[in-house]
Design a protein around this ligand. Structure first.
Ligand code: GRF
Length: 203
């Protein structure tokens, strides 16, 4: 079976991207190879990390385009040129338009730092902390046309400790993100994920 090309979208420090890329480069995720990384932020640490992995890293400036769709078209062109099979949104802070989602239907995995459908959107760890939940966690899911609403692949629970701050909680959640994101990518690349309506069946 041909290896799948995995490309990345990232806006920030890129620790989730790094966790996946390491496992692809080491062969732990054996059915994948590294594609390109695209960022919408010029000084995103993720761009630097990608170059250290020997990947092509592109900053695509949203302000250089007249519309969101035009920005996304430029990104999709780069992803297609790299023959991308799977896209990992690893801390990509933009909502994808229906155009993008359709181009890569059930082939874009997102990592979210809460147990969806609770606390979608930004600052999910702080939302959960402020709400006072006793258990939160993280979720990987396919991106659909909503905000953090797509079919769920994996989740990990993280208990909230009495002396937690929003920051300490976010740190412990991040450790679990670095576990389930590579596992989800591995399952995808071994053709083990089947989307049936809202559900993802792990074969
Ligand atoms: C992570 O918490 C991820 O769940 C969220 O954005 C953050 C990105 O962190 N979507 P990093 O750039 O992967 O370090």
């Amino acid at each position: 079976m041909r290896k799948k090309v995995v490309s990345f979208l990232a806006s920030g420090r890129g620790s989730n991207f790094q966790a996946v890329a390491r496992k692809i480069q080491s062969g732990d995720i054996s059915r994948a190879c590294l594609g390109v990384l695209v960022s919408d932020v010029p000084d995103a640490k993720a761009l630097e990390i990608a170059r250290d992995f020997g990947m092509k890293a592109h900053f695509v400036d949203p302000r250089a385009f007249a519309s969101r769709a035009a920005h996304e078209k430029a990104i999709v062109k780069l992803l297609k040129e790299a023959n991308t099979d799977l896209i990992v949104a690893a801390g990509y802070m933009r909502i994808l338009t229906p155009y993008f989602v359709r181009e890569y239907k059930n082939r874009i995995i997102n990592i979210h730092p809460a147990l969806l459908p609770s606390f979608p959107g930004v600052h999910a760890q702080k939302q959960a902390f402020d709400y006072g939940v006793k258990i939160t966690g993280c979720t990987t899911h396919f991106i659909d046309e909503g905000t953090d609403t797509g079919p769920i692949i994996m989740q990990r629970a993280v208990p909230v400790e009495p002396d937690d701050t929003a920051e300490s909680l976010a740190e412990r959640i991040l450790k679990e993100e670095h576990v389930i994101l590579p596992l989800s990518v591995d399952l995808f690349c071994r053709d083990k994920l089947e989307v049936k309506g809202r559900k993802v069946v792990i074969k």
